[in-house]
Unconditional design. Sequence first.
Length: 98
Amino acid sequence: MKTGQLLLIYGVTLVAITVLALFPLLSAITAAVLAGINGCALDEGSPHPCLILGSDWGDTLYNMSVAFWMMLFTLPAGVLLFIVWLVVLITHLWRRRK
């Protein structure tokens, strides 16, 4: 396997780890934007009715916004996986040079 292909595989994996670690944040931001665009109330206390294209999305937006708290788990796990995978990449490249 060429070095370019190797770096592509490792790079895609590092990006995937980053996206998965930040997914709860992306979910909360999406919920806030959708609620704001449609003039809906969104808070952590309880779901509020929110009509989007004729159907109520209040519960879904509430769940998406509360998913932010999952970052307490996904962010440390993502940082740890990112560091481990980066060490594996560096070790792999270092051993290929010898």
